[in-house]
Design a protein around this ligand. Structure first.
Ligand SMILES: Cc1cc2nc3c(=O)[nH]c(=O)nc-3n(C[C@H](O)[C@H](O)[C@H](O)COP(=O)(O)O)c2cc1C
Length: 217
């Protein structure tokens, strides 16, 4: 059997032909570039380009990170949704700042977003909950996210009840489901390059304007 270390050493990144990215052609604002890269990633066959890492900090300043779905990216910021009572929800209530990370290996691209996080209205949370699948609604109706689970049978029973409710009452709401919007202060676009001359373009908010800077890779 191949060992962990042999497998690890055999793996490569940026072994393929990667797209060129000319930062001189980048728009003045990061949002259109993000949308452009997102659509390009989906068209290039990148699996689940809408999954991202969300980093928060706990009250001791210890970072935490997990995978979430991107629900939107518009003039207000990058939108995601979760339970306010979850670990991340509690982190965001105490320290409403976060970072997002996207990695699209098919094109060797990474995008990082940092900034303040605000919560959407209960109406937005409701609309978000009902715009998606029955499974997504059932999952939200189970609730209790990040609490200690005493037994898997307890989850099975709660999930069974939540699926039945989601099917019978597609308008059912969740008191804790919350839309969060991260307003970007910094957005960095990274284009991997086979010769390791990676392009890093950082947008930094300066008053009402965006400052664009290249960073050493
Ligand atoms: C691909 C993928 C997508 C996910 N999307 C979400 C999401 O949109 N919202 C959410 O609350 N959890 C989502 N999760 C679960 C989170 O990663 C995490 O386990 C959960 O939110 C609890 O995190 P917390 O304890 O840090 O609050 C997703 C997990 C994966 C693997």
């Amino acid at each position: 059997m191949t060992s962990f270390h042999e497998t690890l050493r055999s793996l490569r990144v940026w072994d393929t032909t990667l797209p060129a990215f000319d930062p001189d052609t980048a728009p003045a604002d990061p949002l259109p570039l993000f949308r452009q890269w997102f659509v390009a990633a989906a068209r290039a066959g990148q699996a689940e380009p809408h999954t991202m890492s969300l980093a928060t900090v706990d009250p001791d300043g210890l970072p935490d990170v997990r995978t979430l779905m991107l629900h939107d990216a518009d003039e207000r910021g990058w939108h995601f949704a979760s339970h306010a009572t979850s670990t991340k929800g509690r982190h965001l209530a105490a320290a409403p700042r976060a970072a997002l990370g996207f990695y699209w290996p098919v094109q060797g691209r990474q995008v990082r977003v940092r900034g303040q996080v605000s919560t959407g209205t209960p109406q937005e949370a409701d609309a978000d909950l009902h715009a998606r699948s029955t499974g997504a609604l059932a999952s939200a109706l189970v609730g209790r996210q990040s609490e200690v689970l005493r037994s898997r049978e307890e989850l099975a029973r709660a999930s069974e009840a939540a699926w039945a409710r989601a099917e019978a009452e597609p308008d059912a709401g969740s008191a804790t489901w919350t839309v969060y919007v991260l307003e970007p202060r910094e957005v960095e676009f990274f284009q991997g390059d086979e010769r390791r001359r990676h392009v890093r373009l950082r947008y930094r908010r300066d008053g009402d304007a965006w400052v664009r800077e290249l960073l050493w890779p």
